[in-house]
Design a protein around this ligand. Structure first.
Ligand code: FMN
Length: 355
């Protein structure tokens, strides 16, 4: 049986316990969920196993109350972890049933979704393809090559977003891109002007020492660092927006694709849809040899989010801004182990409402 203390980065497909009871299968599969992306790498998820069922909770202690005051990015991250779990379950030969509550539960552990292991089945080649990228996907903040992305890959990305209940606007014209870059720079300016923003970010900036299992390590921040520095004291104390904005603008300008992912409404259910769609798109991009990262500043500030809408002529709700392209590989970020995020393992209970 796999140890609860195994680093999820070390998970090996060949170790899947085919003959073990469901709760042991989940112990293995949950390691793939832990590799999902999350803002500042806070990993805001907790899990509970009940026999064939896994419950996913948001961990309110890891909620970023300044940069994500409405819990939107927290739900998106949890939902990305859920998608990884679904894909891993399918890859190892089981269909899933899911349940998503209509509203977020109360803190400290807010129920986000449940998944039940159903009957054995053969998943699609597409699911296998997505699975192959889970352990390799990483946020890549290097400058991308100018090499264009093949049209069929872009089409796939747009179609897959629509299937997931979201829309994608790819910003092609120079005018649109310039307008978006201005918003990103303005986002950096407003965020760094806030001591509360800097204080929160400083709590998640990691230095060069190894040994952290969460947060933003120096090596992962590439040439365009989110924090501009590895030092929490500096982040907390100085307004570094000019340096930060210069880097973010370079990242955005150089990306062959700059795309906004959005929804038609803005409820926790929409955020859940965004998380799964985002993760599907990221996994598909990585499986296709592409790299991606985020420049979400304008969406994290309500005034700029509205301005973004008018720039892209949308009446909906922008949720994420992604840059996609070809580039040098980026370092992998650390993860907490299952021992850190598993509330408990219990026998199966009666669960209704699955679909
Ligand atoms: C909802 C969400 C928002 C994010 N926003 C940003 C962002 O604005 N800028 C950025 O550089 N990275 C952003 N990230 C990426 C995280 O920093 C990254 O996922 C985390 O550090 C873990 O690293 P990994 O993606 O390489 O596993 C975001 C991730 C998520 C899920």
């Amino acid at each position: 049986m796999i140890s609860l203390y195994t680093d999820p980065r070390m998970i090996q497909e060949k170790d899947f316990p085919h003959e073990a009871p469901p709760h042991e299968k989940w112990r293995f599969l949950l390691n793939y969920a832990l590799l999902a992306p999350s803002e500042y790498n806070v990993q805001p998820w907790l899990f509970q196993i009940h026999g064939k069922v896994v419950e996913l909770y948001a961990d309110a202690d890891r909620h970023l109350s300044v940069v994500d005051s409405d819990q939107r990015e927290m739900v998106i991250a949890c939902s990305a972890a859920f998608l990884n779990l679904r894909i891993a379950l399918r890859h190892f030969g089981y269909r899933e049933e899911t349940y998503v509550p209509s509203a977020l539960g109360p803190p400290p552990h807010q129920l986000i979704a449940k998944i039940r292991m159903a009957e054995p089945f053969q998943c699609s080649e597409y699911d296998h393809l997505l699975f192959s990228a889970i352990t390799r996907r990483t946020t890549n903040r290097h400058i991308f090559d100018e090499r264009p992305i093949p049209a069929e890959i872009l089409e796939q990305i747009e179609q897959r977003a629509a299937v997931g209940g979201c829309w994608v606007r790819s910003l092609q014209s120079d005018d649109l891109r310039t307008a978006l870059e201005e918003l990103i720079v303005e986002g950096d300016r407003q965020q760094w002007a806030s001591p509360a923003f800097r204080e929160e970010l400083a709590r998640w900036v990691r230095g060069r020492d190894a040994g952290f299992s969460d947060g933003l390590p120096a090596a992962a921040r590439g040439k365009g660092s989110i924090a501009g520095t590895n030092n929490a004291f500096v982040v907390r104390t100085f307004d570094l927006w000019r340096a930060e904005a210069w880097k973010t603008r370079r990242l955005a300008t150089g990306a062959p694709v700059l795309a906004v992912l959005g929804t038609i409404s803005d409820t926790p259910g929409d955020w859940f849809a965004v998380g799964q769609t985002m993760e599907r798109l990221l996994l598909y991009a990585y499986a296709s040899g592409l790299q991606a990262s985020f420049v979400n500043q304008p969406i994290e500030l309500p005034g700029l989010r509205q301005r973004l809408n008018s720039i892209i002529h949308s009446t909906g709700y922008p949720q994420l801004i992604l840059r996609v392209g070809y580039g040098p590989p980026a370092s992998l970020t650390p993860r907490r182990t299952l021992a850190d995020v598993l509330l408990e393992i219990q026998p199966e209970q009666e669960h209704g409402d699955f679909i």
